[in-house]
Design a protein around this ligand. Structure first.
Ligand code: C2E
Ligand code: MG
Ligand code: MG
Ligand code: MG
Length: 269
């Protein structure tokens, strides 16, 4: 029609923005509804460590969207963060993880914690309450946080991490290498584990910049007494190289994609 013909790229851009707003609004509504109706689920992806006993998984959040099916955090985590909904959503994930841990004594779980959730004044109290309510070894729970979170709020972070360490819950730095933190900073934090971001692992063993960097991270992290996890391991060549260079834990599609809980814990719930 005439109106449509008269439109230039500017109004096309405008329509695109409207689409984005609608989709943001739709997502916010879907997230709110999911909180009320048990509309989230957790997928588990194994973390392989041949020296460790028991089984270890990372818990990864999914949204069961009524029309769009299962949605990954990449498509909704921004909206969850900017609306603050990540706080109750994250609390739900943590509680589900604690339930699983209390039902399976050989289980270890890693749970992602967002900045907003971590900066809740009562975050440590919430963890303490969970440890009282659910019976499991606290060192079977690992909290994964990004380095930007830790550096941006260094003072609060330090005292809060100390308090979490006192609870015997493990602490891991996620997506390591993507932020701005120097390895030196790490020395001051009570960490147990460091996860090398998959953007570096994807260059192993072919890209010499990536391999030098990963070698440096492994050496330094071991020097600091940290367990290293490589994320995004997709090929046998990566596995072989990482094992040869002393990386003890591996996670990635090579071993398994994230699977619904019932795949690994059939009797849960
Ligand atoms: P992350 O914590 O770094 O989790 C690893 C992501 O890499 C997961 O994406 C996983 O499915 C994906 N992945 C694992 N192995 C491979 C591989 O071999 N190749 C490739 N290409 N990807 C691999 P997912 O599940 O979509 O989660 C994305 C991010 O969303 C997570 O990154 C984490 O930052 C965030 N997230 C997930 N669950 C939660 C949660 O419960 N709370 C919060 N705050 N964030 C979460
Ligand atoms: Mg993670
Ligand atoms: Mg990660
Ligand atoms: Mg990552």
């Amino acid at each position: 029609n005439a109106k449509a013909k008269g439109r230039g790229s500017v109004s096309w851009f405008h329509d695109d923005m409207v689409d984005q707003l609608v989709s943001r609004f739709d997502l916010e509504t879907a997230l709110e509804r999911a909180l009320q109706t048990n509309g989230f689920s957790i997928y588990l992806q194994p973390i392989i460590n041949r020296n460790a006993s028991g089984r270890h998984f990372e818990a990864l959040l999914r949204l069961d969207h009524p029309e769009r099916g299962v949605i990954s955090p990449g498509d909704f985590i921004d909206v969850a963060e900017s609306t603050g909904l990540i706080v109750p959503i994250g609390a739900w994930v943590l509680e589900e993880a604690c339930k699983m841990l209390s039902e399976y004594p050989d289980l270890h779980l890693s749970v992602n914690v967002s900045v907003q959730q971590f900066l809740q004044e009562d975050f440590v109290d919430q963890l303490t309450a969970l440890l009282e309510r659910y019976d499991f070894a606290p060192n079977h729970l690992t909290l994964e946080m990004t380095e930007s979170l830790m550096i941006a709020n260094f003072e609060i972070t330090l005292s809060q991490l100390m308090a979490i360490r006192d609870l015997k819950i493990r602490l891991s730095i996620d997506d390591f290498g993507t932020g701005y933190s120097a390895l030196l900073y790490l020395k001051q934090l009570p960490l147990d584990e460091l996860k090398i971001d998959q953007s570096f692992i994807s260059g192993v063993p072919h890209d010499s910049n990536d391999t030098s960097l990963v070698e440096l991270i492994i050496t330094t992290a071991h020097h600091l007494g940290l367990v290293i996890v490589a994320e995004g391991v997709e090929t046998p060549e990566q596995e072989e190289w990482l094992r040869r260079h002393g990386c003890e834990s591996l996670q990635g599609f090579l071993f398994s994609r994230p699977q619904p809980i019932k795949h690994y814990l059939p009797s849960f719930h």
